[in-house]
Structures are given as C-alpha cells and as structure tokens.
Design a protein around this ligand. Structure first.
Ligand code: ZN
Length: 52
C-alpha cells in the first residue's frame, strides 16, 4: 500500500501494486490497531494490556 507523507484520517489509501482503494487512513489505522491489540491476542485487565 502507498501512504503519502503526513496522511490525514480522511486521506484515501491505495494499493501500490494494483491501485485498489483500501480505505481511509484513519480507518486503516484502526484496523492495524485491532490486529495488534485485538481481543484474540490481548485482554484489557484493570487498564493494563496483558498478552495472553
Ligand atoms: Zn493490490
């Protein structure tokens, strides 16, 4: 994927290989966060993120 310099939440992001629209930067960031800290791998326990 191609990320412009200083992207805004509303900046559209496109695949660098085929040019397909992937979504807005803000949405993609949320997806990255969910993948890294999703409930499958992490639990929120008293405000502390604990890896299972
Ligand atoms: Zn592609």
């Amino acid at each position: 994927m191609e990320i412009p310099d200083n992207p805004k939440d509303s900046t559209p992001i496109y695949c660098s290989n085929c040019g397909a629209y992937l979504g807005e930067w803000g949405e993609l960031q949320q997806d990255f966060y969910r993948q890294a800290f999703g409930t499958e791998a992490f639990d929120l326990n008293h405000g502390t993120i604990i890896k299972k």
